[in-house]
Design a protein around this ligand. Structure first.
Ligand code: ADP
Ligand code: MG
Length: 913
């Protein structure tokens, strides 16, 4: 730690690691039972919230200015300047109206874009807050969960494996606690923790009796007293270094940016071409040529597009939260649509994680346990005869003692704290009147790699170790077995019988836990010898019913071309039995050990057909994930424990559990399931696909309009200078459409419906088509064809309207007004042509209906109120409208037919075959 940071910190608090536990508690005026709630609240006032004030983010001003940093905007500003510059030529007035309107509209667009970006930013901020870590502290002598920001010095925090450490704290109690302190020290290995006082000279990285904010508990558990919070913590001192990397743009946003650049170059080339052609082949003067260039530029730029994309993604993520899928990165909304394999946990995701012990194997017999759920009333029966619970005492006691779950003290919503597997064991023991009242002196914690745990308890000076875990991992540690009250040697025959019994329990979809114990002479012996030479006691089998609707969700995913693969730490037979109930194919089901036996290539082959993996550890899950990805799949993977974090981070869509999940995994994830439920994954995928469709729809709409405009202006000027040389060559205002009209079309009459398309309903068959390819752009061939056909038909019909009017009335104003209105009305019909491909009926989106009506009313206002002067239009009469309606019908019907033909040739978005 540098001396500067030391200087900034409260000096009284720089040597916590040198003080004894008692002294620290004393200094902070607290004790092992924690602060009172009242004291904690007043300290919160005094010390402030426990948060790091990161350096200023992007300021609103910067965000606003950034809206104008875009090639397309430069083009428009240049266009505005040009229209002003024209005025300084002899005999011309500056085009104040044009220039003013262009700038006004640019400003409006900038504000709109700013508001969207700002709101999206705020929405993401809120989402991040929703997933902000909570922490367990002791207050008024009880364990409570509080927001990490409300932790104060003197609080006793309870640290479990997988927790993020909320503040700097001095450890007062540890059980195999290890933390990962890379954010602070750069060291990625776990650091073992202890409670003894240390030398003053101990460097930060070696202060093993301290835990620090922004680090994670990766193993074991413990308690610590908070010594520093907020900016006084070690990370607070180096806050600028850990500032969260700002979220970059999503792939679609990048595609849109790239598109903008291309359009920019395209427009440049086109302008050059027009200038050359006009200069060489027509009599147009310089001013006319300049004006044409300005108009072309305005016509080509899809002003509203970036803001509409941002808004749609932000609204989409909001909708997903309503369905319990909390999006942590905006880009996930997009990648969800391309997922083609889901690698999911079983316990808690596919099943309810509400366990009840149903069967017990003890001695030579199997017993049934009655009583549903957490009900404490129940009987033990053997062959339909009630037996004295006392008979099963050893195996029930082991389940109660080797247990970290607790009865919640008169809490209303929760009866128990802790792992449902352990809760079930507490309940089964309670049915025999056995409670966990043991004096625990030591624990070797559970991990998904070891699949067992051991505690050592003391009674009258004697020590007993109790072990429970996956039956085979317990059995491999036993050399004796308890039968009829006596210890016998564990023969191979008995081993086989126990494993057979395990299989038979598991085959009935029960989760099976094995139990063992032994007397211990040296409670401080190393873990290995502690868990050796055990006496096997028996088995308990518990049901964990599949979640409602989960079978349907799995089927839906399959229909959507998404494979669902289960990877669980549970027993193979249990996994197969439950899998079968939900609709998985148990054939070829593999265990983690099988996975280990395969080479990468073999595994790559295997993962293509296997749907159930059992007894896997997080490492196996990562290998399965990598094999799937190597085969070109886009994989969504769920995870809960700390060790799942690497997998969740590397998956294409990493999904963490909101209820069961550890902080560490949530931080590594792209999305958090607030209800831990598999069904939510399906819903999120459907939303993701719907959002992608909508982006495609409005990109198609906006770019079709731009294509039509550019082509019309380009072809129109050329045709005009040839057909009507006197008009087009002599008058510098001789344009097909003026820049103001084009901006109006692009921003208002296209803009509103485009926004509404962003919230178009999902097509009824989003989950019936194949996933999108990962690199499939928004503008694929089908969209490109649509843009071109719409653009060309708009131009062809539009030019007929324009020149027919010009020939009849010999009045540019009339021809321009008709063409302008033709464009606006056509767009409204084109919207429906585009939506047809996604199976949307005319009126299925009320926002869109509203937007279309509004756009049409606005157009009428432009035509028939004094605003007409600004736009240089006149009030169209009946015959004009007849022409427009006829022309629009040709365009809409024509494109409807063309679109159906294109579906035939190129395949539709919908699977209507
Ligand atoms: P999953 O959650 O997919 O079922 P886990 O890795 O959590 O897998 O658990 C794997 C196995 O470890 C379980 O099948 C069970 O046999 C055993 N196990 C689970 N929880 C505990 C626990 N708290 N104590 C001892 N053993 C456990
Ligand atoms: Mg588990």
């Amino acid at each position: 730690m540098s001396t500067e940071t030391e200087a900034e910190r409260d000096t009284s608090g720089d040597d916590w690691h040198t003080r004894s536990v008692d002294r620290v508690l004393d200094d902070l005026d607290t004790n092992e039972d924690g602060l009172t709630q009242a004291a904690a609240e007043s300290r919160l006032e005094e010390h402030g919230k426990n948060e790091i004030h990161e350096g200023e983010g992007v300021s609103p001003v910067e965000l606003f200015v950034s809206q104008f940093r875009d090639v397309l905007i430069y083009i428009l500003i240049f266009a505005a300047l040009l229209s002003l510059a024209v005025g300084f030529l002899p005999g011309e007035d500056p085009n104040y109206v044009d220039a003013g309107l262009i700038l006004l509209i640019l400003l409006g667009n900038g504000i709109f874009g700013f508001v969207q970006d700002y709101r999206a930013e705020q929405a993401m901020e809120k989402l991040r807050e929703l997933s902000a870590p909570e922490t367990a502290v002791l207050r008024d002598g009880e364990k409570r969960t509080v927001a990490a920001t409300r932790v104060v010095p003197g609080d006793i925090v309870v640290i479990e494996q997988g927790d993020a450490i909320p503040a700097d704290a001095r450890l007062i109690e540890v059980t195999n606690l290890e933390t990962m302190e890379a954010p602070l020290t750069g060291e990625s290995a776990g650091v073992a923790k202890e409670t003894g006082a240390l030398d003053a000279a101990t460097p930060l990285a070696e202060r093993s009796n301290m835990v620090y904010m922004n680090t994670d508990a990766v193993k074991g558990h413990g308690k610590a007293v908070v010594v520093e919070t907020g900016m006084n913590t070690e990370v607070g001192g180096i806050a600028s270094r850990i500032q969260e990397a700002k979220e970059g743009k999503t792939p679609f946003q990048e595609e849109v940016d790239e598109l903008g650049r291309r359009i920019g170059y395209g427009v440049g080339a086109l302008i050059a071409l027009v200038v050359v052609v006009q200069f060489l082949f027509t009599e147009a003067d310089g001013i006319a040529i300049l004006l044409t260039a300005v108009t072309l530029a305005v016509a080509a730029v899809p002003e509203g597009l970036p803001a509409v994309v941002t808004l749609t993604l932000a609204l989409g993520s909001k909708k997903m939260v309503e369905k319990n899928a909390l999006v942590r990165r905006l880009a996930v909304v997009e990648s969800l649509g391309s997922v083609d394999v889901i690698l999911t946990d079983k316990t808690g995701t596919l099943t309810e994680n509400r366990m009840t012990v149903k069967r017990i194997a003890f001695g030579d017999d199997v017993y049934q346990v009655s009583g549903a759920g957490l009900d404490l009333e129940g009987e033990f029966r053997r062959d339909d005869e009630t037996v004295d619970p006392e008979t099963l005492e050893p195996v029930l006691r082991c389940g109660a003692f080797c247990n970290n779950a607790e009865r919640a003290p008169d809490s209303e919503d929760e009866e128990y704290y802790g792992d449902p597997t352990e809760v079930a064991l507490l309940v089964s023991a309670e049915k025999a009147g056995i409670k966990n009242d043991a004096e625990r002196v030591r624990e070797v914690p559970f991990s998904s790699e070891r699949k067992r745990m051991t505690v050592v308890v003391e009674a009258g000076g004697d020590h007993v170790a109790y072990t429970k875990g996956a039956p085979e991992t317990v059995l491999e540690r036993c050399d004796r077995v308890l039968v009829d009250g006596e210890m016998r040697e564990l023969t191979d025959e008995t081993r086989r019988q126990i494993l057979e019994r395990t299989e038979s329990f598991a085959g009935d979809a029960l989760r099976v836990i094995g139990f063992a114990r032994k007397a211990v002479d040296d409670p401080d012996a190393d873990e290995d010898s502690l868990e050796r030479g055990l006496v096997f006691l028996g088995l308990q089998g518990m049901i964990d019913p599949p979640r409602a609707e989960v079978d349907e969700a799995v089927t839906d995913c399959r229909d959507a071309g998404i494979r669902v693969v289960m990877a669980t730490g549970d027993n193979l037979e249990t996994a197969k039995a439950i899998g079968e109930e939900i609709g998985f194919d148990p054939d070829g089901a593999m265990t983690g050990a099988d996975v280990e036996g395969l080479s990468d290539e073999e595994l790559q082959k295997a993962v293509e057909d296997i749907e159930v993996f059992a007894r896997v550890s997080p490492d196996h899950k990562v290998r399965i994930l990598e094999a799937l990805q190597a085969n070109g799949h886009r994989v969504a993977m769920t995870g809960d424990g700390v060790n799942d974090a690497p997998g969740v981070r590397n998956a294409d869509v990493g999904i963490a559990m909101g209820i069961r999940g550890t902080d560490v995994t949530q931080e590594a994830s792209d999305m958090v399931l607030q209800d831990d439920n598999f069904v939510t994954i399906r819903d999120a995928i459907a939303e993701g696909r719907g959002i992608f469709d909508n982006i495609r729809k409005f990109v198609n709409l906006l770019l079709s309009a731009n294509a039509g405009e550019v082509l019309t202006v380009f072809a129109g000027v050329l045709v005009g200078s040839i057909l009507f040389p006197e008009l087009f060559a002599a008058q510098s205002e001789a344009l097909i459409l003026t820049p103001v009209m084009l901006l109006w079309i692009n921003l208002v009459t296209d803009g509103l419906p485009a926004l509404a398309l962003g919230v178009d309903p999902k097509s009824p068959d989003v989950l019936e088509r194949e996933p999108r390819e990962s690199n499939e752009p928004v503008i694929d061939t089908r969209v490109l064809v649509s843009i071109l056909t719409i653009g060309v038909t708009l131009t062809a019909v539009g030019l007929v309207v324009f020149f027919e009017a010009l020939a009849t009335f010999e009045e540019l104003l009339v021809a321009q007004t008709l063409l302008f209105t033709f464009f606006v009305v056509s767009e409204m019909g084109i919207i429906q042509v585009i939506r047809r491909r996604f199976g949307q009926g005319l009126l299925s989106n009320r926002w869109l209906v509203g937007a279309v009506v509004t756009s049409l009313i606005l157009q009428l206002l432009v035509l028939y109120t004094p605003i007409a002067g600004l736009f240089g239009v006149y009030g169209i009469g009946l015959s004009g409208w007849v022409n427009i309606v006829a022309a629009v019908s040709v365009v809409v019907v024509g494109n409807y037919l063309l679109s159906m033909a294109a579906d035939r040739l190129l395949g539709a978005e919908r699977s209507n075959d």
